[in-house]
Design a protein around this ligand. Structure first.
Ligand code: NAD
Ligand code: DAU
Length: 354
């Protein structure tokens, strides 16, 4: 079949990537979607069982750092669009293993950029390199400071956010130096199905279900802005199709929560759905040593994408968290399958137990 576009989505077996792949495979049968993923501990092909047999879907297991293979793949699949999500994504891991973050997030992004530049050289018409990034590149806000806009100066603090900031700079440099058609988005904290249970929301749902402690970093006062993952995928779709070349778009939920307040909502929702009396799992809250360099607050001003592309979050947080808790409780097999092997070893190193 002659596809209208051949889109390489990197990191498609991960949390957000799997939602983006699903959306593009289902909504655009005229596009061929090539999901490129190394399948690290965070990548899981079970996230895509419902689309894996669709004719316009192909999976390639590869490391984005392998420049030679990236160049070959551009040829093999006649790639004309890239949506780049592959990354090491967990801040705590970046604190114990910064080199892996520099390798994948910086060098991996660079090899994709180089492959796109080489293969698209002289004919950038109809091509796009879309880089998916994070609000963490902007650093931390005080409680009274205004939100992150697209003009906020980069000020990353963790090895993770430093590596994402570096990758954003490389993407812009390929636009400014070689004219590569790029677009970047910086999104706030996502939540929803298929998120690896090392991140706050799935970890805490899993632990409440198993009557395990809930490790709250510091005093639980840090603030995050939460967005349902399918709303992020919808924003990526809009930016991919209508975003202005060379531009940045901030994506956020206008939905700030102090960690401890969010944790109380999670506990209440899980207890309710398990049929436990309210308050049953409150005793699991355990204050632990704070994350090193823990950013106080992230909050996105998503006015630009609203005004230019008409995007807004579709889901109220209460509905999103009910749906999310239900999904994790209904999908215990998925949770058990991903919380084994490497993950157990890592968890023991970090917390001293499982
Ligand atoms: P994730 O950790 O769930 O998934 C990352 C995926 O990338 C995995 O499937 C993994 O196997 C793959 N991968 C890792 N290294 C690779 C390599 N060297 N080569 C090929 N594939 C590799 O991450 P996520 O939470 O879905 O985040 C996806 C992207 O979105 C990341 O770039 C992240 O920085 C960004 N982001 C995440 C959030 C969030 O809240 N999770 C918010 C804003 C932006
Ligand atoms: O803001 C976007 C970013 O959101 C993404 O770029 C990252 O990939 C993603 O991991 C996420 O980063 P955070 O560090 O904010 O997410 P995490 O789920 O790890 O933590 C959320 C908050 O909860 C944070 O303030 C740390 C705190 N926390 C986290 C864990 C895992 C705890 O108190 N206890 C925990 O066990």
């Amino acid at each position: 079949m002659n596809y209208k576009k051949n889109i390489l989505i990197t990191g498609g077996a991960g949390f957000i990537g799997s939602h983006v792949v699903r959306l593009f495979v289902n909504n655009y049968p005229e596009y061929r979607i090539i999901n490129l993923d190394k399948l690290t501990y965070a990548g899981n092909l079970n996230n895509l069982r419902d689309v894996e047999n669709q004719p316009n879907y192909t999976f390639v297991k590869e490391d984005i750092c392998n420049l030679e293979r990236m160049v070959e793949l551009f040829d093999e699949y006649n790639v004309d669009g890239v949506i780049h999500l592959a990354a090491e994504s967990h801040v705590d891991r970046s604190i114990t293993d910064p080199f892996t973050f520099a390798q994948t997030n910086v060098m991996g992004t660079l090899s994709l950029l180089q492959a796109a530049k080489e293969k698209w050289a002289g004919n950038f018409e109809g091509k796009l390199f879309y880089h998916v990034s994070t609000d963490e590149v902007y650093g931390a806000l005080g409680f009274d400071e205004t939100l992150f806009t697209e003009e906020t100066r980069y000020d990353p603090h963790s090895p993770y956010s430093a590596s994402k900031a570096a990758s954003d700079h490389f993407v812009r440099s390929y636009h400014d130096t070689y004219g590569l058609p790029i677009v970047i988005s910086n999104c706030s904290n996502n939540y929803g199905p298929f998120q690896f249970p090392e991140k706050l929301i799935p970890l805490f749902i899993h632990n409440i279900r198993n009557n395990k402690p809930l490790p709250v970093y510091g005093k639980g006062e840090n603030v995050r802005d939460w967005l349902y993952v399918e709303d992020h995928a919808r924003a990526i779709d809009l930016i991919f199709h209508q975003g202005k070349l060379g531009d940045t778009y901030n994506i956020g939920g206008f939905n700030e929560w102090k960690n401890i307040d969010l944790i109380k909502v999670i506990i209440k929702t899980v207890d309710k759905q398990l049929g436990n009396p309210e308050g049953t799992s409150d005793h699991l809250i355990t204050y632990v040593t704070d994350r090193a360099g823990h950013d106080l607050r992230y909050a996105i001003d998503a006015t630009k994408i609203k005004n230019e592309l008409g995007w807004e979050p579709s889901l109220q947080f209460e509905e999103g968290i009910e749906k999310t808790v239900k999904w994790y409780l209904d999908n215990e097999d998925w949770l058990n399958s991903v919380t084994s092997g490497d993950y157990q070893r890592y968890y023991k190193i970090i917390y001293g137990s499982n």
